[in-house]
Design a protein around this ligand. Structure first.
Ligand code: URP
Ligand code: ZN
Ligand code: ZN
Length: 466
């Protein structure tokens, strides 16, 4: 029963900032006490003491949007559960929720079992699953109850990708009603894929094949309309809804309007929409392909709208939508046709660095808000709280000791994701974890991985409780 003391640091939660020592026993936080006060008496002994002087003790990051080992766009995302979760740990993330997929025509059970097989024995950190539903019918609606009882308490539906992942409004409405009955949450890819596919074909017919046309054929109005429709359908079904990867000003307006009316509409954005822009997609020599994700990167002017949304709590979460594909051999599939570039970008390792540097240090958000959007709010929305997402007695000791002044340069050469580029190559950031603990075990120390493949456990999440 290892006993660890993190001492001399400043605890930061979503609501408090205070000097304290944190005691850990058997994977849980067992005491938080005044600095140096020596709770447990003078004779207390520790298997391990971590000196956090000058550093912050925060709940580990929770990334509720990843795609590990996912077949997509004629290939498979390049990080699997081993490499992706290890990279997440290096970046200070101690729990992720990945998207399992029900393939069209298959039972939900097959999708869930398939994802367990991908993850089991591989993960470095704890993980859960959402389930993407591509068929909503009597049988799958019935099956949703079994999936929820197994701790998979959220489902993603797509308004985009007709013929692949897309479901129609009737299916969305039925799934929302059923989710409401079961206490589950619907996550919506809210982008109207039907006109988008027409715009894509028209662009290709004109010989427009370069990566930037990915953005030019997916205008923000397609996302705004999808967001509005998702919120309306949820209101009719009497359920909450969570909009994933919100990228655009007009989509955000829909969420703001709904929340102002008191509707339980929630939304996440992702670092790529806060730090990158459509200009990156227009990089020459097919370099723009590195930046193809969906919804697409938007004009840089929209970044401040998203920051304002985060500040005002119209956006509650920053997740990554980590879905990496190598430039060589994978993104290249779309060399002559932007529509064939696999959609997705790497990000699971860099979320915390970017948000600390570009959010907290840049004065856009407080440290407490940083903790809230990277850990506490996703834990609450997705049924992980209070076991995860805070620093409190009884919670899992999933913690980061964060050095707010550590300066380093993001580069594919030093990052750990299994992908041959970084969208942030050469960007200097300040702030990094010195220690990352997963249920009390130090799994990363000063950039060295000390964890073990398979130590991460599947987490049965609770139902939607907000
Ligand atoms: O480009 C993206 N986002 N790829 C992953 C699939 C999705 O829609 O989240
Ligand atoms: Zn999506
Ligand atoms: Zn995604």
């Amino acid at each position: 029963m290892a006993r660890t003391l993190i001492k001399g640091g400043t605890v930061v939660t979503a609501v408090d900032t205070y000097a304290a020592d944190v005691a850990i026993e058997n994977g849980k936080i067992t005491a938080i006490f005044g600095p140096g006060s020596g709770a447990f008496g003078k004779d207390a002994t520790w298997d391990r003491e971590i000196d956090a002087t000058g550093k912050f003790i925060m709940p580990g990051g929770i990334d509720v949007h990843t795609h590990l080992d996912m077949p997509f766009g004629g290939t498979t995302s390049s990080d699997d559960f081993e490499t992706g979760t290890r990279a997440a740990a290096h970046g200070g993330t101690t729990c992720l929720v990945d998207f399992a997929i029900q393939a069209k025509g298959e039972a939900l059970r097959t999708g869930v079992d398939g994802w367990h097989a991908k993850a089991e024995g591989k993960a470095a950190i704890d993980y859960g699953f959402h389930l993407i539903m591509t068929d909503v019918n009597d049988a799958t609606c019935k099956e949703m109850a079994e999936v929820v009882s197994e701790g998979i308490t959220s489902f993603k539906l797509f308004m985009a990708y007709p013929g692949v992942l897309h479901v129609d409004d009737g299916q969305i409405f039925r799934a929302m009603q059923r989710a409401g009955e079961l206490g589950a949450l619907i996550c919506m890819h809210a982008e109207n894929g039907i006109p988008i596919d027409i715009l894509v074909q028209q662009a290709l017919d004109k010989g427009h094949t370069a990566p930037v046309y990915h953005a030019l054929t997916r205008p923000q109005i397609a996302e705004a309309e999808g967001t509005f429709r998702a919120i309306c359908l949820a209101e009719m079904a009497g359920t909450p809804v969570y909009i994933v990867h919100l990228s655009a000003e007009r989509a955000l307006e829909q969420v703001v309007e709904a929340r102002d009316r008191g509707l339980p509409a929630y939304a996440e954005t992702c670092p790529q929409y806060l730090f990158l822009s459509q200009d990156d997609l227009a990089r020459p020599d097919f370099e723009g392909a590195k930046y193809v994700c969906t919804p697409p990167l938007r004009p840089a002017s929209m970044q401040e709208d998203l920051w304002r949304g985060l500040k005002m709590n119209d956006l509650q979460v920053v997740a990554t939508d980590h879905c990496p594909f190598c430039q060589k051999g994978q993104k290249e599939l779309g060399k002559d046709n932007f529509a064939k570039i696999p959609n997705g970008m790497p990000g699971v390792e860099t979320r915390m660095h970017l948000l600390w540097d570009g959010g907290v240090r840049a004065g856009r958000i407080s440290m407490n808000r940083f903790v809230e959007i990277t850990s506490t709010a996703p834990a609450k929305i997705f049924g992980l709280y209070p076991h995860k997402g805070t620093v409190a007695v009884g919670a899992d000791a999933d913690l980061v000791v964060w050095d707010g002044e550590k300066r380093h340069t993001l580069s594919e050469k030093t990052l750990h994701m299994r992908v041959d580029y970084s969208p942030y190559e050469g960007r200097e950031v300040v702030g990094a974890p010195s220690h990352v603990l997963s249920r009390g075990n130090v799994i990363v120390e000063n950039g060295n991985y000390l964890g073990k493949k398979g130590d991460g456990r599947f987490i049965k999440r609770g139902t939607f409780g907000l």
